[in-house]
Design a protein around this ligand. Sequence first.
Ligand SMILES: [Zn+2]
Length: 266
Amino acid sequence: MPLNLADIFLVAVLVSAFKLMAYAELELGYGFWSYVLFVFCFIELLTLIDENELWQRQQPQFEPKTLHCGKSAKSQALKQCNVCGQLTSDTHCPRCYAKTHFRKPQANARALAWMVTALVLMIPANLLPIMNTVNLGQNTFATIFSGIVILWQDGSYPVAIIIFAASICIPIIKALALFYLLIETQRCKKVEQASKLYRWLEWMGKWSMIDVFVVIILVSLVQLGTVLTVEPQIGIVFFAVMVLCQMMSVHSFDPRILWDRLNPHE
Ligand SMILES: [Zn+2]
């Protein structure tokens, strides 16, 4: 579930609380603890839903007669539907009518294009301010990095480390990892490790959204006129679009290509 962001939002609420503690005394109410419970129940609920079973109930999977075990579906002229998982040789899925492909079309080129776009956006996302705090009429513009420095100076070391890892380290590591995967599709030396790396990339994608949520929470919550007001700045837009481009890049990549090149004559 790459787009289930409830857990990320929970971390963002905690980070926002730590940031606000520099200006005001805060106490976590019953609503917060109820939200923590809701997040745990919600994530558990999502893991219990089996999409394949739901599709099977709607219409059982058509089983091709001549299916050879141990051989890829592609080598048997079969395509797997991206939406419902149905195996078919038709151009459209017989179960959900989605268009079918052997592999995601132009997977490597699309993944590369999204990631290069993300790298370009990374420059304004890190250089431009993401928010402005107006405290007693005084403006304080914060970039992603200066926000981390302020948290560190206030003594919120764990929060500063989480934001540094999520907003600065992960986007850079993700870009490097995706370039490595693209090279690996040509080289095919460590396919197993590359597949594991891809699964990690898919899971990590959403964690960079923490800072975006922090700005959204602070802007909507802290509106006390000249006493204390938080305003969003253009940097956060570049940052949010950069994270989305990285998620699109990982989504466009097709890990099956790694295995195809390993057995080209299969
Ligand atoms: Zn389908």
